[in-house]
Design a protein around this ligand. Structure first.
Ligand code: C2E
Ligand code: CA
Ligand code: CA
Ligand code: CA
Length: 277
C-alpha cells in the first residue's frame, strides 16, 4: 500500500511492539488522570567533598499490573503523543514543591534538577510557565536547574533559546544533558545559554577501558572549563571512574557509586537526619 516497489517485512515482533506501544499509550492517559506517578531523586555531588549539590528528579511509574515501567520506555511515548505536556506540568510542580519543602526543613544548599523535553519547550511558554511555578511554590530561581538534552538543543528555535536565556538571567541554571550523544559542533557550546555540561554515561562507562574515550573525556572537560562551564559526569559506578573524572577536572558526579535514585521519604530521612544540608 506504500506504492510500487516498496516492500515492508512484517514480523510478529513488530506486532508485539505496536501492541505494547498502544497499550502503554492508553495506560499513560489513565495514569496521568489518576496521578499514578512519583518522583525519585538522585544526588549529584561535588567531587571534592561529596556534599550534595543537586537532586535530579526522575519520574517513576508503578503500573498496577505491569509493575515498574522504565521512563526510557514511557517518556518517548509521552513525547510522541504530547502527553508529556500534562505529565511534565505535574513533574515540574511536584519537583519544585518537594524542594521548597526540603528547603523549609533546613536543606538549604541543595538544589533540584528537572528534565525538560523538547516538546515542552516547543509548546509551553517556558519562561512564564517556570516563573509561575517558582512563585507558587516559593522555590528560589537559583535553586532550580533545567536539563535539556544535547539533541533538543540542536533543534531549538531562537524563541526557545531566548526564553532559556531569560530564565538564566533570573538565576535558573541550565544544563546540557546527555552531552556527547547529539553531535553538536563544539563551537556552538559557546553560544548556548548553558552553565553545566552533563557528560553522557556512555563516555564514563568506556573511559579507563579505552584510551580514545579517555582522550574524549579529557577534551570535553578541558573545553568546558575554558568556557567557564561546570562539568557533571553521569553514571559513575566505580571508584576508578570517580578518580579518573576527578583528575580530569569534572566538578560533580552522579551515579550508583554515590547513590541510586531514591524516594522522597528516604531522601528526607537520610539527608536531614545526617545534617547534610
Ligand atoms: P537521564 O536524564 O540521562 O537520567 C539519568 C538516568 O541514568 C536515570 O535513569 C538514572 O537512574 C540512571 N543512572 C544514574 N546513575 C547511574 C549509574 O551509575 N549506572 C546506570 N546504569 N544508570 C544510572 P532513569 O531514571 O531510568 O531515566 C531514564 C531516562 O528517562 C532519563 O535519562 C531521562 O532521559 C528520562 N526521564 C526520566 N525522568 C524524566 C522526566 O521527569 N522528564 C523527562 N523529560 N525525562 C525523564
Ligand atoms: Ca537528565
Ligand atoms: Ca543524562
Ligand atoms: Ca542518558
Amino acid at each position: 500500500s506504500d506504492g510500487k516497489g516498496i516492500f515492508k517485512v512484517y514480523s510478529p515482533e513488530m506486532g508485539n511492539k505496536m501492541r505494547r506501544y498502544h497499550y502503554l499509550l492508553e495506560e499513560l492517559r489513565l495514569a496521568i488522570a489518576c496521578k499514578d506517578f512519583y518522583l525519585s531523586f538522585q544526588p549529584i555531588v561535588h567531587v571534592e567533598d561529596c556534599m550534595i549539590d543537586y537532586f535530579e528528579a526522575l519520574t517513576r511509574w508503578n503500573h498496577p499490573v505491569e509493575g515498574m515501567i522504565s521512563p526510557a520506555e514511557f517518556i518517548p511515548i509521552a513525547e510522541e503523543s504530547n502527553l508529556i505536556l500534562e505529565l511534565g506540568d505535574w513533574i515540574m510542580l511536584e519537583s519544585c514543591r518537594q524542594m521548597a519543602a526540603w528547603h523549609n526543613a533546613g536543606m538549604r544548599k541543595v538544589k533540584i534538577s528537572v528534565n525538560i523535553s523538547g516538546i515542552q519547550l516547543k509548546h509551553r511558554d517556558i519562561y512564564d510557565w517556570i516563573t509561575k511555578i517558582l512563585k507558587s511554590t516559593g522555590l528560589p530561581a537559583t535553586s532550580l536547574m533545567l536539563e535539556v538534552t544535547e539533541s533538543t538543543f540542536i533543534q531549538a528555535s531562537s524563541r526557545i533559546i531566548d526564553e532559556l536565556s531569560k530564565l538564566r538571567e533570573d538565576g535558573v541554571t541550565i544544563a546540557i544533558d546527555d552531552f556527547g550523544t547529539g553531535f553538536s559542533s563544539l563551537s556552538t557550546l559557546a553560544d548556548l545559554p548553558i552553565d553545566v555540561i552533563k557528560i553522557d554515561r556512555s563516555f564514563i562507562t568506556q573511559a579507563n577501558k579505552s584510551k580514545k574515550y579517555n582522550d574524549i573525556l579529557n577534551t570535553i572537560s578541558e573545553l568546558g572549563q575554558r568556557l567557564g562551564l561546570k562539568i557533571v559526569a553521569e553514571g559513575v559506578e566505580e571508584i576508578a571512574q570517580f578518580e579518573l573524572v576527578k583528575k580530569l577536572g569534572v566538578s560533580s558526579v552522579q551515579g550508583y557509586l554515590v547513590s541510586r535514585p531514591e524516594s522522597s521519604i528516604n531522601v528526607g530521612n537520610k539527608v536531614l537526619r545526617n545534617n547534610n544540608a
